[in-house]
Design a protein around this ligand. Sequence first.
Ligand code: NAD
Length: 350
Amino acid sequence: MSLIDRRRVVVTGAGGFIGHHLVKRLKADGHWVRGVDLHVPEFERSPADEFLLLDLRREDDCQTAVHHVEDVYQLAADMGGIGYITSVHASLTRNNVLINAHMLEASANARVDRYLYTSSACVYAAEAQNSAEIAPLKESAALPANPEKGYGWEKLFSEQLTTYYHEERDLDARIVRFHNIYGPLAAYEGGREKAPAAICRKVAEAEDGNGIEVWGDGHQTRSFCYIDDCVEGITRIMESGFTSPLNLGTDEMVSVDELVDLATRIGRKQLHKIHQLSKPQGVRGRNSDNTLLQRTLGWAPEISLASGLARTYSWVWAELKKAGRARPPIPSESFVTPLEAPAAAPGSVG
Ligand code: NAD
């Protein structure tokens, strides 16, 4: 990389799951990186050139965060799994509105070159997601608005606010709507974990032949995007110059039961599912339409759920093993589905 390509960037939320992976990628690409968060990453040291502990609900802390940088990757948010975000609407919405309002104002005043806001598939209207066999969501389907309570309304509002700063304050903005990002180094317990990590934990801890709890009736559908594809997509979107919202997810839709079955096969266990109908399960069906992403970038996420989940399961299992909580067998990262297995060479004996 030449000195001209080397940029000074800040990643907010760098102590969190996606932010930490993004810092690693931007460092590997040769950039100077400042990480900002309320805390450092939980599972490994950040490679950021500078890591500042700041509270981005405060305007002065946002000014410090963006001081003397060219690019802003805004990933800081009060968020978590479905259980968490549906239980704290007031505080979560307030925290995130403050973070995004102050980050935008500080970045516009500092005249940064580029600003990337991380939104969510939770911005989409409820009526477009009320069946498990739902059509993939196009970016235009977010309006007219009827997003998820709390977190979804805040994300949609902050998308709009980002657009106003683009239109009136000349902020060169990007808006990325993530669809269920998962992978190693994400929370897998404590209340903020998402479905893939929670399911990996339950399978890893289960004795072969036992049952595991599954939230909802298991027929609700989602698509899941592996962290390496997410980080690749973020860097491509930043370079694209595209300033309107873009989905970043896969269109490989599965039911939650299918996700559990896959994790169970990866874990090489026989487990039965105990459905918890009283637990929150979010919208009935959700999938990403990647037409606009593909047209804009000439690229879309490509890592299969089977391969990404195998890597995630191996990591969760190893973490639980340290605490003496993982049950055998030892997982293998090289899990392949029959569909992914290479065809046998002509003449080979199967
Ligand atoms: P995460 O919770 O792991 O990371 C968010 C980080 O923001 C945390 O480390 C947290 O400490 C930090 N933060 C919260 N409040 C802060 C404050 N006041 N000041 C400074 N830092 C603060 O979440 P993530 O999965 O890495 O998500 C990153 C971004 O992507 C968020 O904007 C999130 O809403 C969005 N997103 C994530 C997903 C997903 O599937 N993981 C899906 C849709 C959108």
